[in-house]
Design a protein around this ligand. Structure first.
Ligand SMILES: Nc1nc2c(ncn2[C@@H]2O[C@H](COP(=O)(O)OP(=O)(O)OP(=O)(O)O)[C@@H](O)[C@H]2O)c(=O)[nH]1
Length: 868
């Protein structure tokens, strides 16, 4: 026997799945939902705990049976009029009643071979339905049920119970249940027939009893057409309806018979085999479904006729046609009826290429070692371009405008038979900008520091940017050929930033080079490869390509041209690709030397054409299996405007810091400190490091002396950091960039305030401070009373102005009499938003009428106080 599922046990025990789940969890069983399975021991324990409850649940049934008896006796004399009342409800409720009954029977056809216990189960299930899930019938039937119970239940229930007493005392409560259910059947049908048929058929087959009930409905309804209400209703129509009802009922009766026969068959089959018979094609092992599928869809997946699915659902108590959408629970129960597992197929949002990208990048199959991707960073003129130039044996420096690297490029060099990919960025800002757009493409950072110049501000920024990106740093101490070169001094300086040479007990690789003369360049490449080896950089060349845009432009002749770095998979000419918000097919693909290639493996930079628009640097790209999907995804993304998304991106600010921390998204609050002098930077950093709140700590990712610049804002945006400015201000460009990117800049003049503010924000106590600002004064010169609006003060603005959203203070003889809000503000008869000094006005004060001539009304607003 297979393991029992929660819902199956729930059905058997006549309790909700949730009750079982709760109980199971209470007992420490590992169950999650109604589909969870139970071990034999667990099942036994649960049964035991519910067997106690079972006797409790039987009580109300017994009670209601008693009530039935009593009521039945009481209302016997009224039975004919009550019958009429029922009839008025007849049509709709009769239908649902027959449905209910059938459902109940079929749903439990497998549970027992004993007729009596079948009927018990049936009763239980119909009760379940009326209590828990079958809201469908409740409203319409309730009144008729009670009436019927009153009329019919008495006699039959009595005799029935007596019989049960004689037969089996243990079943008493169940039998009572049954009589209840029969009563409710009866509610929609007639008494006489039912009582006859029930009496004669009950012991044999309850299905038939229902059919009899249906039949009896017809006779009653016909009766009613010509009976008490016949005259007042449309007689002819009534007959027509009755005939139709007869037909319907006959059909239903036939159906019921058919189903009953079928049920009997299935019941027998199931009793023997325990699992439904498999027809024609084998069932799939798992039903991979989507919520909302209908019987037709499921039929295709299960290799079964939709009609069979509908029937099966019908037996499970779900009345649907082939086209009706089904919910998750129904589909899962259906699958378990077929004895197979069900798994929901989650709708893939093709336009969410970030998700696809992550999946592709995190794929761990067929992994092969890939070349490292290296970014060279450093202070201006320290020799980045010269180094790359030497590596590529070309002469970029000579052709560069102003000698400053202008474009982002990417190149591959071969060393000892291995490949290294170099990204040439115009500084750390671009590097961080790429990161801000989600393109974490650098594996290793080479920090170039001129030995004659030493550590400069941008060297420090570069270190912090690389650290924030969590890439290992290899220091290339450059220009060692120069007379004033002092590599040791550079090494000393860098220890302050945590970059300690291996010789000195640290773990940072230092290489002393001369980019200009090519000294120790091979050693540098060796070290890069060594670092790469330690990092075990791998990718799967067998899957669809995914990666990032290094740069892109519109070329007059070739259209959109994009330099891409392939981070995963292999890109082929002809591949359908979505790049950022654009899409296309790879028409041509060149390597960094301008040579056309057909395939490109991970870590390869390529230049492609074929996109329908120009993507942005830092955008991600994903190759799709077919062009149709790529187009759909690209168009969808274009529609959603990626830029818009970025703007709405939830950046961390002090205002939302606490909430973000609460959501468990944060373990560290990243902070950038800029101050006027180094002493303040250190004092602030030390104090902030000491703040400890609920396991969250402050992490200072960058500190420097000087104004807050664009690079700081970019770093803050990429790292979700807050910038604290101490005695410094942001540059205008940095300010507008921060506004645009929602980067929180906090400016302070007192260290204590800065610390206090961060601490309060971390504790969720940060509240804006408001200050009252008096904006104007009005002298009341006249009073008007209006029944609807109350007292209207006519007067003159003697100072400042009054605006319609002002708060007001009524002052009489220099004493504040009332404070409240302005109700209305008028000039002559018009509502206005503002009245200036020297102008007359009319005003009311909300909820205050005791205004007098000579009063002074002071208007004020509450202003948020900017943080010091
Ligand atoms: N003597 C000497 N000069 C070097 C060396 N490396 C670079 N230079 C010189 O330093 C100057 C600046 O070099 P670049 O390579 O343009 O420096 P960069 O870091 O790329 O500068 P930006 O592109 O402005 O960020 C050039 O005149 C180079 O010739 C070196 O190893 N030795």
């Amino acid at each position: 026997m297979g393991k029992k599922r929660i819902y199956e046990l729930a059905k058997e025990l006549n309790v909700s799945s949730k009750t079982i789940i709760d109980k199971a969890q209470e007992k420490g069983f590992d169950v999650k939902n109604h589909m969870s399975t139970l071990g034999d021991n667990e099942e036994r324990q649960l049964r035991e705990s519910f067997s106690n409850k079972g006797s409790k649940t039987a009580k109300p049934a017994a009670k209601s049976a008693q009530a039935t008896q009593a009521a039945g006796q009481k209302s016997q004399s009224n039975s004919s009029s009550a019958t009429q009342r029922n009839r008025t409800h007849s049509n709709g409720s009769a239908q649902s009643s027959s449905q209910t009954n059938n459902r109940g029977q079929n749903g439990h056809r497998n549970q027992s071979s004993n007729n009596r216990s079948q009927s018990n189960n049936r009763v239980q299930s119909s009760e379940n339905r009326s209590q828990n899930s079958g809201n469908r019938n409740q409203g319409g039937n309730r009144s008729t049920q009670s009436n019927n119970r009153t009329q019919n239940g008495g006699n039959r229930t009595q005799s029935h119970n007596q019989a049960n007493h004689n037969q089996n005392n243990g079943n008493r409560s169940q039998n009572n249940n049954r009589s209840q259910s029969n009563n409710s059947n009866r509610s929609q049908s007639s008494n006489n027939n039912r009582s006859q048929s029930n009496n004669s058929n009950r012991s044999q087959n309850n299905n038939r009893t229902q059919n009899n009930s249906n039949r009896s409905q017809n006779s009653n309804r016909n009766h009613s057409g010509s009976g008490r209400f016949g005259g007042s209703l449309n007689n002819g129509g009534g007959n027509r309806n009755n005939n139709r009802n007869n037909r319907n009922n006959n059909r239903r009766r036939n159906n019921n018979r058919k189903y009953n026969k079928k049920n009997q068959r299935i019941k027998e089959t199931n009793q023997h085999k325990g699992a439904p018979e498999r027809k024609n094609k084998a069932l799939p092992e798992t039903l991979v479904y989507q919520v909302g599928m209908n019987a037709q869809d499921l039929g295709k997946l299960l290799h079964r006729e939709p009609a069979e699915i509908v029937k099966k659902l019908f037996m499970l108590g779900v009345m649907v046609n082939q086209n009706q959408s089904l919910d998750k629970d129904t589909i899962e129960i259906l699958a378990s009826e077929y004895g197979i597992d069900a798994k929901e197929k989650v709708e893939v949002d093709v336009s969410d290429i970030d998700k696809t990208f992550e999946e592709e990048v995190n794929n761990t199959e067929h992994l092969e070692t890939r070349p490292p991707v290296v970014t060279i960073m450093g202070h201006v003129d320290h020799g980045k371009t010269t180094l790359l130039d030497h590596l590529r044996h070309s002469h970029i420096t000579a052709g560069e405008a102003g000698g400053i690297t202008q474009a982002i490029g990417a190149y591959q060099v071969k060393h000892n038979g291995k490949t290294i990919t170099f990204l040439d960025t115009p500084g750390h800002a671009a590097f961080t900008e790429m990161r801000a757009r989600g393109a974490d493409i650098t594996d290793i950072t080479v920090l170039v520091v001129a030995a004659d110049d030493g550590v400069m501000p941008q060297t420090v920024e570069a270190i912090n940017h690389a650290k924030a990106a969590k890439t290992p740093i290899i220091v290339a101490v450059n220009k060692i050929d120069k007379p004033g070169a002092n590599p040791n001094h550079v090494m000393e300086q860098l220890t302050e930033y945590g970059l300690i040479p291996e010789d000195w007990g640290g773990d940072t690789i230092f290489v002393q080079i001369s980019a200009k003369f090519g000294k120790n360049i091979d050693e540098l490449l060796d070290m890069i490869l060594l670092q790469a080896e330690v990092m075990e950089l791998k990718a799967n060349p067998q899957q669809n390509a995914a990666g990032s845009v290094i740069e892109a432009k519109l070329d007059q002749g070739r259209g959109s041209v994009a330099t891409l770095l392939i981070q995963q998979g292999t890109m082929n000419v002809g591949d359908p690709v979505v790049v950022g918000n654009t899409f296309g097919r790879v028409r041509t693909m060149d390597n960094e030397n301008g040579k056309a290639i057909k395939h490109a493996k991970p870590s390869t930079p390529v230049e492609i054409t074929g996109l329908n628009d120009v993507p942005e640097a830092g955008d991600r790209f994903v190759v799709f299996d077919d062009e149709k999907t790529a187009r759909a995804a690209g168009e969808e993304r274009a529609k959603n405007a990626l830029m818009e998304e970025r703007r709405n991106k939830n950046t961390v600010t002090l205002d939302n810091l606490f909430d973000t921390m609460k959501e468990g998204e944060m373990k560290e609050v990243d902070v950038i400190i800029k101050a006027d002098v180094q002493g303040s930077v250190e004092a602030l950093a030390n104090s902030l490091n000491k703040i400890e709140v609920e396991g969250v700590r402050v992490n200072i990712i960058h500190t420097a002396v000087g104004a807050i610049n664009e690079s700081d804002v970019t770093l803050a945006e990429a790292s979700n950091a807050i910038i604290i400015g101490f005695n410094v201000r942001p540059t205008p460009q940095a300010k507008s960039q921060a506004d645009q990117d929602n980067v929180d800049i906090r400016l302070h003049r007192v260290i204590y305030n800065a610390i206090d503010e961060i601490e309060h924000a971390m504790k969720g106590k940060l509240e804006p401070t408001y200050e009252e600002e008096v904006i104007g004064e009005v002298e009341v010169r006249e009073i008007f009373k209006a029944s609807k609006v109350g007292t209207i003060a006519g007067g003159m603005v003697t100072d400042g102005h009054v605006s319609s959203d002002s708060d007001v203070r009524l002052i009489r003889d220099s004493v504040v009499v009332y404070e409240g809000k302005l109700g209305s503000l008028k000039r002559f008869k018009d509502d206005v938003t503002d009245v200036k000094q020297g102008h007359e006005l009319g005003l009311t004060i909300e909820n205050y009428n005791d205004i007098k001539v000579g009063d002074v009304i002071e208007a004020y607003v509450m202003k948020e106080v900017p943080i010091e």
